[in-house]
Design a protein around this ligand. Structure first.
Ligand code: UDX
Ligand code: ADP
Length: 499
C-alpha cells in the first residue's frame, strides 16, 4: 500500500491510501536466528526474482552469516547460503533500511519465556516482537505485509496490529499475517523444502485475503497448493502452539511408559513399536529418552498453560502442565539412576557426558536435557568431562553457569572440563552418559574406551542408541531408559520394583 499525493482538478491536495502490493518483490526478515536464517535462505533459493534481506541487531551474527562459518549448524544450509548470498540473499545490520525497501516483512525475532514480572516462567516475552513492530511503524512510508513468523502466544498478532495502527504514518495500512514455522532443527532444510503444510492466517477481509494470496504465491514457488492452508489469524497462532504441545505430549507419554517398563521388565522400544504400528497413532515421536528440549516445546507448552489460566480454564492448564512435569521427572530420573547405580555417590567421581545439544545435528543448547542432567550431577559433586561435536565450549560453560542452573559458578569451573574428543572425555572416568543421540557415538571404539575407564565402567545410554549387548560383552555395566538389560546386576536402581 502506497500513500500518493493526488492533485485533484481544483488543485486541492488529497491523501489517498493504496492497497498493499499484490506481488512480493523484496522481503526483509527481522531476526537472523534459527528460524529467520534457514527460512529466508530457502525463499531466496526457490524465488530468484525476490530479493531477501535478512537483518539482525547483532553485528556479530550478521558478520557470521556473511562469512564461511555460519552462526548456526544445520545440515545442507552452507551450500544453499553459498549459492544465494550476494545474488538475491543478503545479510545486514541495517534493519530500518531493509524495512523501508521491502514490501513483505518477516518477524523472526526470539520470544523467550519471561524471566520477570507477570507470567514469569511461563508466558512468552514479546518485547522483541514489540520493538520490531514499533520500528516497522516508524520507518515505513508504504503499507506492507507484516508476517509473524516467530512462535507467539495466541492473539500476539493483535498486539502487533494495535502497535502498527497506533503508530503508522497517515494513509498507511499494514496487513498482519500469522505464518508459523514448523521446521525442526537438524532437518530444517529438508523440512523447509518439503513441508507437511504451510499455514497462513490473516484478516478475513478483502485486504487480508490479498495479503494471504501474496504470501501464498511466495511459497507457491515450491510448495503444492494443497499444502498451503489458510485460516483466520487466531486459528493459525493456536495451531502452532497445539502442534508443538501434541508432539511434546507424545514424548512425555512414552517417557511415562518408560518408567513403567523399568519397574516391570517391559521394553519401551517394543511397546513404542507396538503402539506406533496402529495407523491411528503412528510411529513418530515415540522415542523415549531423557526428555525433550529445544527452543519450542518447553516454551510453547508453558505458554499454552499460561493462556489457559488467563482464560480461566484451570483444568485445561493442569492437563498441559503435566507434560512439562513429566519431562522434568524424566531428566531427574536419569540423573538419579546414575547416582544410584554408582553405589549412591558420584562425589568426586569423573563422569563423561557425551552430547550437550538438545538433539543431534544442531549446535543449539536451548533447554537441552543435558544441561539438567549435568546440573543434578554437579549438585552431587561429580566431576564432568563434556564433549559435543557441534556446541562451542563457551556455550556449554555459559549454560551451566547460569544462575538458575548453578548457585556457585566458580564451583562449576572447578568441576567441569570441556573436551575436544569423546576419547579425551572418557579418560579416567567411572562412567559415561549419552545425553544427545549423535550418530558418531554409535561408532566409537568401545574396547579402547573400556581400557581407559576406571573399573567397573558404567555406561548410561539416555537416548537408546548404543549396542547394549556388545557393550555388555566388552564388560561394561550398561543402563538405559525404559528397559532392563539382562545381566548379573551390580545394582538394581529400582530394587523394590515388580520382578
Ligand atoms: C520442534 C517441532 O518438531 C517443530 O515442528 C517446531 O517448529 C519447533 O519445535 P525442534 O525443537 O527443532 O522442533 O526438534 P524436535 O525434533 O521436535 O525435538 C525436540 C525435542 O524432543 C528434542 O530434545 C528431541 O530429542 C526430543 N524428542 C523428539 C524425543 O525425546 N523423542 C522423540 O521421539 C522426538
Ligand atoms: P529463533 O530460534 O526463534 O530463530 P534466535 O534467538 O535464534 O531465535 O534468533 C532470533 C534473532 O532475532 C537473534 O539473532 C536476535 O539478535 C534477533 N533480534 C531480536 N530482536 C531484534 C530486532 N528488534 N531487530 C533485529 N533483530 C532482532
Amino acid at each position: 500500500m502506497k500513500v500518493v499525493l493526488v492533485f485533484q482538478p481544483k488543485n486541492t491536495l488529497h491523501l489517498e491510501t493504496m492497497s498493499i502490493e499484490k506481488k512480493v518483490r523484496k522481503i526483509c526478515c527481522i531476526g537472523a536466528g534459527y528460524v529467520g536464517g534457514p527460512t529466508c535462505s530457502i525463499i531466496a533459493y526457490k524465488c530468484p526474482e525476490i530479493q531477501v534481506m535478512v537483518t539482525d541487531v547483532s553485528q556479530e551474527r550478521i558478520n557470521q552469516w556473511n562469512s564461511d562459518k555460519l552462526p548456526i549448524y544445520e545440515p545442507d544450509l552452507d551450500d544453499i547460503v553459498k549459492e544465494c548470498r550476494g545474488r538475491n540473499l543478503f545479510f545486514s545490520i541495517d534493519v530500518e533500511q531493509a524495512i523501508k525497501e521491502a514490501n513483505l516483512i518477516l518477524i523472526s525475532v526470539n520470544t523467550p519465556t519471561k524471566t520477570y514480572g507477570m507470567g514469569k516462567g511461563r508466558a512468552a516475552d514479546l518485547k522483541y516482537i514489540e520493538l520490531a513492530a514499533r520500528t516497522i511503524a516508524r520507518v515505513s512510508d508504504q503499507s506492507k505485509i507484516v508476517v509473524e513468523k516467530s512462535t507467539v502466544p495466541v492473539k500476539a498478532a493483535e498486539s502487533i496490529i494495535n502497535i502498527l495502527k497506533a503508530n503508522v504514518k497517515p494513509g498507511i495500512r499494514h496487513q498482519v499475517l500469522s505464518n508459523p514455522e514448523f521446521l525442526s532443527e537438524g532437518t530444517a532444510i529438508r523440512d523447509l523444502l518439503n513441508p507437511d503444510r504451510v499455514l497462513i492466517g490473516g484478516e478475513q477481509s478483502p485486504d487480508g485475503q490479498e495479503a494471504i494470496a501474496a504470501l501464498s504465491d511466495v511459497y507457491g514457488h515450491w510448495v503444492k497448493k494443497e499444502k498451503i492452508i489458510t485460516m483466520n489469524t487466531w486459528s493459525s497462532e493456536l495451531s502452532k502452539l497445539s502442534a508443538n504441545a501434541f508432539l511434546a505430549q507424545r514424548i512425555s507419554s512414552i517417557n511415562a511408559i518408560s518408567a513403567i517398563c523399568e519397574a516391570t521388565g517391559a521394553d519401551v522400544t517394543e511397546v513404542a513399536h507396538a503402539v506406533g504400528t496402529d495407523t491411528r497413532i503412528g510411529s513418530k515421536f515415540l522415542q523415549a529418552g531423557i526428555g525433550f528440549g529445544g527452543s519450542c516445546f518447553v516454551k510453547d507448552v508453558l505458554n499454552l498453560t499460561y493462556l489457559c489460566e488467563s482464560l480461566n480454564l484451570p483444568e485445561v492448564a493442569a492437563y498441559w502442565q503435566q507434560i512439562i512435569d513429566m519431562n522434568e521427572y524424566q531428566k531427574r530420573r536419569f540423573a538419579d539412576q546414575i547416582v544410584k547405580c554408582m553405589f549412591n555417590t558420584v562425589s568426586n567421581k569423573k563422569i563423561a557426558i557425551l552430547g550437550f545439544s538438545f538433539k543431534k545435528n544442531t549446535g543449539d543448547t536451548r533447554e537441552s536435557p543435558a544441561i539438567y542432567v549435568c546440573k543434578y550431577l554437579l549438585e552431587e559433586g561429580a566431576k564432568l568431562q563434556i564433549y559435543d561435536p557441534k556446541v562451542n565450549h563457551d556455550q556449554i560453560m555459559w549454560e551451566l553457569m547460569k544462575p538458575e542452573i548453578s548457585e556457585n559458578p566458580e564451583r562449576v569451573k572447578e568441576l567441569v572440563e570441556i573436551c575436544d574428543s569423546p576419547y579425551h572425555a572418557i579418560e579416567g572416568t567411572h562412567a559415561l552418559a549419552v545425553c544427545t543421540e549423535w550418530d558418531e557415538f554409535k561408532e566409537l571404539d568401545y574396547k579402547t574406551i573400556y581400557n581407559k575407564m576406571l573399573k567397573p565402567p558404567f555406561i548410561f545410554d539416555g537416548r537408546l542408541i548404543l549396542d547394549h549387548k556388545m557393550l555388555q560383552e566388552i564388560g561394561f555395566h550398561v543402563e538405559t531408559i525404559g528397559k532392563r538389560l539382562s545381566r548379573p546386576p551390580v545394582c538394581r536402581p529400582y530394587a523394590n520394583s515388580v520382578q
